[in-house]
Design a protein around this ligand. Structure first.
Ligand SMILES: *Cc1c(COP(=O)(O)O)cnc(C)c1O
Length: 477
């Protein structure tokens, strides 16, 4: 036994060293991805699953390949998604939760994590402005949005939980810039994707309240039952913040559930300078919080927050659980009663450690610094003759296009912008996404890593322009 532990220990220490080297490479600058096509990558990795198992040390090479071919989201060339960067406390907690391997359904199986999760939910509720709220960590913002829609349905039609939808024709409202997860939620809940109305937005991408009210009236006239409005704090493509106070007036008037999807924009609440963007969030009935995006906690780390206590267990409990949830002195600490999951990973430790390490002030600095980088990038694009903003940014999403020399910006430059972004990725120079807006395609720069410097943004723009010029000559625009 003891020699076996020694062997395992040796491997673990080697892997730790490998991870440290990986992080070191990142610091001195390396390709954001060693890009391979799926066919080639399949050949490089031996993915066959064996009859006979192998020793731990034989997994070493696989871990090495995993690190080599995975996209480096903490690289200073990573601008692709709504998260980026590395937090050592995240790594520590992933190790600890894996070693302890607890599940979150009952207090007795996860006493420490349960208390940490409850402390986090209280802290998040107070950020949002839910004075006596409740909440739960869930498997992503998408699922938080789905639970919010379920809560809305349950509030209006509680019997549906037992008898199903019957003939109800429910309608949900989101903006045309909202996240696709609301469509999936409508599918899952039997509401149907066609009964999600996408309300028009203004030129910044914010929901227009008058359009919302008109859409609600229309659905009432059509004999349907409006239940839910999903507003967004920081939309995925443009980073737009919907006007919550005006939307809340409407949801109150028609007695609809108001949800704020803060998956991307929620940490702006830490910033005294910028939190006005979320003014009125306390008027919502529920709120989606992702800590794995802008706060930099490793995926998955999300919560659904609810204004009124008791709502989650009312809507999500099922019965037939007495084998698990015992009516004892700790019953109020069995978070599984509020959850749609049975087994649930501990996501609280990494979040709690992160908050403890950075503090509210650290998060505030993080958000403010990213806003600074966003204005730097915006100003660069505004004054660069080869680049053009697609929309004035409100947040950390900068959508812009490369415009070839002497080309009228109204001509079709979609193809060249797509080519630029693909070439940057495949060469490992930068991971950056593209997006559609008003029938055009542009490059979507996301600033989520506060370790990035202005010089690195200069390098990115330089690479975009250089790549644009070389694509231009090949594509003969
Ligand atoms: C990313 C995102 C989501 C989905 O969150 P996940 O945690 O990735 O499931 C929902 N809404 C918005 C606005 C987002 O940007």
């Amino acid at each position: 036994m003891s020699s076996c532990i020694t062997e395992d220990q040796k491997i673990l220490l080697q892997v730790v060293q490998m991870i440290l080297n990986y992080l070191q490479e990142q610091q001195i600058g390396t390709k954001v991805v060693d890009y391979q096509s799926p066919d080639i990558l399949k050949k490089k990795l031996d993915l066959s699953l064996p009859e006979e198992g192998v020793s731990l040390s034989e997994l070493f090479g696989v871990i090495q390949s995993y690190l080599q071919y995975s996209t480096r989201t903490s690289s200073s060339n990573f601008f692709n998604l709504l998260f980026a960067g590395f937090q050592p406390e995240g790594l520590l907690s992933e190790m600890v939760t894996s070693v302890t391997n607890n599940t979150m359904h009952t207090y007795e199986s996860s006493p420490v994590a349960t208390l940490m999760e409850m402390a986090l939910i209280d802290a998040l509720n107070s950020m949002v402005g839910f004075d006596s709220g409740e909440g739960l960590m869930v498997t992503g913002g998408s699922n938080a949005n789905a639970i919010a829609m379920l809560l809305a349905r349950h509030k209006l039609l509680p019997e549906t939980k037992h008898t199903g939808l019957g003939g109800s024709k429910l309608v949900a409202f989101i903006s045309e810039q909202a996240h696709y997860s609301f469509l999936k939620a409508a599918n899952l809940l039997g509401i149907g994707m066609e009964n999600v109305v996408k309300v028009k937005t203004d030129r910044l991408g914010c929901m227009i309240p008058q359009e919302l009210e008109a859409a609600i009236i229309q659905s009432l006239n059509d004999g349907k039952t409006p239940i839910f409005v999903g507003a967004t704090a920081g939309t995925t493509v443009l980073g737009a913040f919907d006007p919550f106070p005006s939307i809340a007036q409407i949801t109150r008037k028609y007695e609809l559930w108001l949800h704020v999807d803060g998956a991307w924009g929620c940490p702006v609440l830490f910033s005294r300078k910028h939190k006005h963007l979320l003014a009125g969030s306390e008027l919502a009935d529920s709120f989606t919080w992702d800590a794995h995006k802008l706060m930099g906690v490793p995926l998955i780390c999300s919560a659904i927050l609810v204004k009124q206590k008791g709502t989650l267990s009312d809507a999500c409990s099922s019965g037939d659980t007495d084998y698990l949830f015992h009516e004892d002195e700790n019953a109020a600490y069995d978070l599984g009663r509020m959850s749609l999951q049975c087994g649930r990973k501990v996501d609280a430790l990494k979040f709690w450690l992160s908050w403890k390490r950075h503090g509210k002030n650290g998060y505030e600095q993080r958000v403010d610094r990213l806003f600074e980088l966003a204005s730097y990038a915006t100003e660069f694009i505004r004054t660069c003759k080869h680049l053009e903003l697609m929309v004035q940014p409100q947040f950390l999403n900068i959508c812009f296009r490369y415009i070839p020399d002497g080309v009228d910006p109204n001509t079709d430059v979609d193809r060249i912008n797509l080519a630029i972004r693909k070439q940057l990725l495949q060469s490992g120079q930068a991971a950056i996404n593209y997006a559609h807006y008003q029938g055009r395609i542009g490059i979507r720069l996301i600033l989520a890593n506060p370790e990035i410097h202005e010089a690195e943004l200069n390098r990115l723009f330089h690479n975009i322009i250089t790549t644009g010029k070389s694509c231009e000559s090949v594509m003969k625009l």
